[in-house]
Design a protein around this ligand. Structure first.
Ligand code: SAM
Length: 327
């Protein structure tokens, strides 16, 4: 489906749970998210209806996310139904902790690609950042398990926070030398439900790039990008098997290329990460026909704004940006 700004929307991030086995400081409060009554979440059967509706509209690329998707029971059986329905590209975002034990089943269920979050290589910091785990080793094992199964591409996402882990940007880049992985640096976004970060904690992507150029000399731009649907721009370290990429949601607007919508675990479509306006599909999933569901989704897509609207006074995200980050 084409949105009102001429963008082809063919990609949906589907959150299958709010729960997580970590409490990353930029993402979740220490006590975890407040869980709502069970009927406020959508079941797998209901998710399948939404995905079917998305396929009718040409959304055939799905990324499964959370919370931590691997903590939800029955995930593998659910995923195994997606490719036969017509999903052409199935990817997963995970913190990796439960991945090695599930890797083969996930691959057999059709997962083509993997994004793994890892913000530090140092055990003390891993605990400081994730608050519930103290060893990044299993995350690196997850990377190796995905590579061994031929998942391609495998991306390692690092949220960079000044004063917390920004001195590890070069160490993380070194991982891309010997392994064919794509290390991606994400600017910390100001919508955390955990720790409140300020402008001082933001490391602009341009600064991260400069640091890598200083450390490694000339990086070769990877003009063709890396398979996926993302907004990252990629470079290659001299002689590296993998690449490094930058996701600069705060300092460099990439909304013109945005091809995605998001479905939350409580059945709401959020057409833009930078806005708080979501469309609740639950009533129509539960009481409407499949045609009505398709129409409701199309309607939500037409609400997708042209870009993160920093002037939108209703947007918490915008207000925070205006209050200092990325201004
Ligand atoms: N649990 C999975 C994982 O760890 O990848 C999937 C969910 S997690 C919310 C998805 C991605 O969002 C992760 O790469 C995480 O680092 C990133 N993220 C969460 N909060 C963020 C924030 N405030 N700023 C930037 N990235 C954030």
């Amino acid at each position: 489906m084409i949105d009102q700004w001429g963008r082809k929307i063919n990609y949906m991030r589907v959150s299958v749970t709010d729960r997580c086995n970590l409490r990353c400081v930029y993402c979740m409060p220490l006590q975890g998210v407040e869980l709502r009554p069970r009927d406020q979440y959508v079941s797998y059967e209901e998710l399948l209806k939404v995905i079917e509706a998305g396929l009718t509209l040409g959304i055939d690329r799905i990324r499964i996310t959370g919370g931590e998707p691997l903590v939800r029971k029955g995930l593998v059986e659910f995923l195994a139904k997606l490719k036969p329905m017509g999903v052409t590209d199935l990817s997963l975002s995970t913190n990796g902790l439960l991945f090695p034990a599930m890797a083969k089943d996930l691959k057999a269920a059709g997962v083509d690609r993997l994004n793994i979050s890892l913000d530090t290589l140092r055990p003390d910091r891993f605990h400081q950042l994730t608050r519930l785990a103290s060893d990044p080793g299993p995350v690196l094992e997850a990377v190796d398990a995905a590579l061994a199964l031929g998942m391609e591409p495998v991306k390692l996402n690092m949220v960079v926070i000044r004063g917390w882990n920004d001195d590890e940007v070069a160490d993380m880049a070194r991982l891309s030398i010997d392994k064919p992985i794509h290390v991606r640096y994400i600017e910390v976004m100001p919508f955390s439900e955990g720790y409140e970060f300020t402008m001082d904690n933001l490391v602009p992507a341009a600064e991260m790039r400069d640091r890598l150029f200083e450390e490694f000399g000339d990086l070769e731009p990877v003009r063709e990008g890396v398979k996926g649907n993302g907004p990252a721009k990629y470079w290659r370290l001299p002689g590296a098997k993998g690449t490094v990429g930058f996701i600069s949601a705060v300092t460099e607007c990439f909304c013109g290329d945005c091809n995605r919508i998001r479905l939350s675990s409580d059945g709401k479509i959020n057409p833009c990460l930078g806005h708080v306006h979501a469309v609740d599909l639950k009533p129509v999933i539960r009481n409407g026909s499949q045609e009505e569901l398709v129409a409701a989704m199309a309607d939500a897509i037409l609400k997708k704004p042209r870009e993160h609207n920093f002037d939108d006074q209703d947007s918490d995200f915008s207000l925070r940006v205006m209050n200092g980050i990325g201004g």
